[in-house]
Each structure stands twice: as structure tokens, then as C-alpha cells.
Design a protein around this ligand. Sequence first.
Ligand code: 13P
Ligand code: SF4
Length: 346
Amino acid sequence: TETERTERIEAATETLGDDVLILGHNYQRREIVEHADFVGDSYELSKRAAESDASHVIFCGVTFMAESADVITDADQSVLLPSMEASCPMAGMAEALQVDAAWDQLTAAAPDADVVPVTYMNSYADLKAFCAEQGGLVCTSSNAADAFEWAFERGDTVLFLPDKHLGENTAHELGMADAVAEWDPWAEGGADAAQAADADVILWDGYCQVHERFREHHVTEVRERYEDVNVVVHPECRREVAAAADVVGSTATICETVADADPGDRWAIGTEIHLANHLDRWHEDVEVVPLCGDACMDCNAMRQIDSNYLTWLLEELVDGTERNRIEVAAREAELAEVALDRMLEL
Ligand code: 13P
Ligand code: SF4
């Protein structure tokens, strides 16, 4: 039962003491965030991992987050992911090998185009390493506009990977809405590489299967239902959904928006359902409603982590066995860190 698992998790963490740090992403199940030492977005959690001296960091999130934590922690610290099934589909939509091949197409078709690759944090370490090698950087949804500006100081065109919606919303924020090309290097009849390189921003054809499902009518309906409602959505949502919202912001911004709301305010939350539910529990004086009911906006990757896996991982550690270590190869880690550091210096 959940009570038994809670007792076992507590017993194991007591035995392990400061040797273990449990990090919980905001999109994790309630029974996971309740056992976490820190709860936050991917960026905050990586910073917590880097600041910690714990020998083992248990990252309750998805693979790309655990990889970033491994890149920025010391070599003698291990990062463990409770379930190896927890992989973000969006990160898998831009594999480094694929991007490398597309990059060759682009540079061959438009040799004079000065393209700077910018990858969203939601990507694997080898793609971050590729971006560093090609003079680019990493960004999160909180600093994408700054990352674009950094790139435009060094080149004429941004190739943004993997999330086309974050790329489009950021271009819009910077007043570049018309200077955007969607590019699928393998699409029949699609824009060719030379055409794409004429744009200021080239969008890779990736998306988040959770945030992409929000539609403009969800915003219209919630406004019809609650006259006084405010709407906040994540920038991984489609452009028209972002345009219809009152606030567009990263996971951290969504949390701050609700934390700063006045008692009695009503906020509809356009992001993963677990975060909407946590915000509802954490801020009893604010009326929190999920933007699209609570039926569908559930991240299947995040959901792979449950208290069974957490119990298993901790009890194995108590027995002296490390399971599910996420380790980025040394050369890749070195380059990925360059791309992450460029972001941190923004
Ligand atoms: P954050 O960087 O906001 O934690 O993003 C995680 C995520 O998966 C958004 O869909
Ligand atoms: Fe990936 Fe979307 Fe899930 Fe975030 S919410 S981990 S971007 S699939």
C-alpha cells in the first residue's frame, strides 16, 4: 500500500542520511513530490544537484533532466533515475545524428548563411554538445528570448531545436513573427534548406505532446465558464493558445504567478495536470482550475516514476547497489557543459 511504501521510503532515507538527495520535478505525482527534498522546474533542480554534496542524487523527472544534472555535478556524484522508461518524447524528436545530417544539408545549401543552433533544455546531452561545437547554446523556457539575442549577436539565423512552439512564441516575443520558417529536412515538398536559411528563425519540427493538445477553444471555454478567470499557459503551447492567454510563462513563472495571486483570484493553468493539482493544494486561498479539465494533460514520461520505483532504488542503495545511473560520456559532457555555461552566463 502507499502507507507501507511511505514507511519504507522514510526508513531508507533515514539510513542514507545526507548521502542521498531526492529531487522532484513539478510534474511528478503527489506521492513523489511529498518525498522530495526539493521540488522545482528542470533548471532549479539542476542547480540544486550542483550545489549538493550528496553522493547520490535521485532525479524524479525525465532522462534529459538527469543527464543535465550529471553534467553539472562532480564526477564522484551519481545521478539516478527511478525508472528508465521516463523519457521525454520531445527530446527524442531531435536526435543529434539527425540534426547533424540536417546541419550538413543546411550548410551545403546556404554556405553563406550564418546559422547559430539553439537547443531547448529538453534535449539530450549529445545535442547540447553539438550546439556547443557549432557555436550555439542551450536555453530554458525562462531565458529563450535572451538566448535568441545572444545568438543574433553572433549570427544571422537561429536554428531552434526541438520545440517549434517555444521557438515561435519566442520569435513573436521578439517581434520577429513573420521571419520564421518551419523546416523538416525530410518532408516531401517541404521548404528546402536554402529557403529555410533565408528566415531569421528556423523551427525544427518537434513539439510536446502534452502542451500541444491545448487549443484556443479551451481558453474561450474557461473564460465563458468563469467570468473573472485569468489564464496562464506554458510557451510549449501553440501560438494561438499563447496569444489567447493572459500570461505565457515557464514552469517557474506559472508557480510564481499563482504564489503572487491575491486571495480569491482565479487562475486557469495551461500546463501538465500534476502541476495544476499541486498548485491547487499549495495555495488554498487561490482558485486554481486546470485549463482543460483534468482528463488529458498528463505527461506519460513523468508518470513512469512512481513510489514503487523510488522505494526500490532507495532500498538497493541501502544494500550498497546503485541502480539506473545516468552517466553522460566524458567528451559529450564537457561540450554539453559549455552550452549550459553559455546559458548560465546570459
Ligand atoms: P521546465 O524546464 O519548465 O521544468 O520544463 C519541463 C518540461 O518538461 C516542460 O514541458
Ligand atoms: Fe517532455 Fe512535454 Fe512531458 Fe515535458 S511535459 S517531459 S516536454 S513530453
